[in-house]
Design a protein around this ligand. Sequence first.
Ligand code: FAD
Ligand code: NA7
Length: 541
Amino acid sequence: MSNDIKATTSGADYDAIVIGAGFGGLYMTHKLRNELGMKVLSFDRNNDVGGTWFSNRYPGILSDTESFYYCYSFDKELLQEWTWKNRYVNQTEILEYLNHFADRYDLRKSYEFETDVKSAIFNDSTELWDVETNKGNKITAQHLITGLGLLSATNVPNFKGINTFEGQKFHTADWPHGGVDFTGKRVGVIGTGSTGTQFITSTAPLAGHLTVFQRSPQYTVPIGNGPISEEFTQNIKANYDASWKQIKGSMVAFGFVESTVPAAGLPVEETDKVFEKAWQYGGGFRFMFETFSDIAVDPGANEAACVFIRKKIGEIVNDPKTAKMLQPKDIYAKRPLCDSGYYATYNRDNVTLVDVKANPIVEITPKGIRTEDGEHELDILVFATGFEAVDGNYIKMDIRGRNGIEMKDKWAKGPRSFNGMSNAGFPNMHMILGPNGPFTNLPPSIETQVEWISDFIGDMKENKQLTAEATLEAENAWCKTCEDVANMTLFPKADSWIFGANIPGKENTVQFYLAGLGNYTDVIKAEAKGGYQNFNFTYAQ
Ligand code: FAD
Ligand code: NA7
């Protein structure tokens, strides 16, 4: 481990500890160490960089943000040098990109890998963070920056008999690096979210037989993946400045202009024409936000999209009974999905769909899964059951703020924040993609937050401030804003990880700021420009 600067102004071992080596932690390490010249120590429990893209290696894994916008934008040379092959980028390519990024900025030298940060406790007398790892390191730091990932702590439901299964079993986000051989195997998968649909579509042609245990059917549209031409790439690269400006001022930051035309009131022939065009072009967020302005807010407009997708399912799936099981009846208000032939997969002879709402899973047995109507024998069982999204990795750690207040107690009724990055009672703790941050294509939001945090820490250094702590009033007001915005949309009406509804017993609360990245950036810039009025500061003696 080498750090160029030997002493910190606060007297701590390090100016900053960064947790996480995904998009967020890597960029944060670069900003603080290479730009602010701070003494930084970074950790990840994995044995290398990549975060999400290190851990998720299941067949079919693909980002559904278009390649050229699923990256950092701050390094203009890197944008020009790096070339994507397809419209969407797969796990191997993203990992290659993040490895290149780590090499480019020599980031690995600041990291301790295979190290789990177990606790971070704010010390009221020193006003520093006391951090401890599973390897017994005890370190003090002025700032604690958490890039723990919002889709990183896995959710494996506690099925009766789960440990009795004698075959192989995997969670999609904890996938063996050597891959899994499905040839001739009876494979079962629980979960049909973004991950499940990708896994199912890719694994069906490889497996002997695939049984899908579906709790909720999904609205998903084609992704439209394919190679991109040299000319297309050149055009993207020539227009990057304008594109990133548009992305950072937009709602969902996916690189298209969101529609301002409402669907409500339009005749079905007209809405279907627009939906058909989007279906042909591909992209889940495009289908929800580029077609019309009111799919996510107006029940009538939403139903028009639902009817269109249900009709498509009926046309694609040959067996009417299977088609009916695949057709969702509820609203279209989860994270919009897209796929590479998901519904058509059910036309294969080696794929069986089991509706576990109608026919619940009773237990996992040594030989497979027993549903109410009998046992399904399996060689391999895959959990595509998602994540304890947003706060999962936080509440797994022992994080304590001023006066010993525990994060898991503070967040018992749902995670909170001021501006998605700060928490009252937790001085100098800065969260990347913390609760109530923007709901978008994530690299642009990560970049926005990392840059804000880095500027904030830089300003504190300049002003000789030792700690900064968001006020409770500011936090309450921000959470209220997030609730009010969410209630203007249809999203709270669907049960999904966006509100923590996927975890039994978890309080169903607003976990995102749904007013978009552009509005979010205006708010956080105003906070900085106004001299951080919503923070209390202490000063070095
Ligand atoms: P992560 O990449 O999750 O990194 C967090 C890191 O923190 C992990 O490496 C973890 O090991 C480490 N960590 C956590 N706690 C500790 C601890 N206590 N001690 C040590 N280390 C710790 N987003 C999009 O915008 N578009 C997409 O198309 C998209 N596709 C996705 C597909 C999948 C299958 C998944 C799971 C997520 C997808 N996402 C997508 C979301 C994705 O997580 C983000 O885009 C982005 O990669 C998050 O980066 P991050 O650095 O914030 O977190
Ligand atoms: P998701 O979207 O949370 O999907 C998890 C799936 O697992 C979903 O179909 C769930 O059904 C299902 N599930 C969860 N628990 C159970 C139990 N107990 N029984 C049966 N089925 C269950 O996670 P993903 O990994 O697909 O995607 C998360 C995000 O990561 C995604 O948006 C991308 O950004 C990447 P449910 O729908 O809750 O009824």
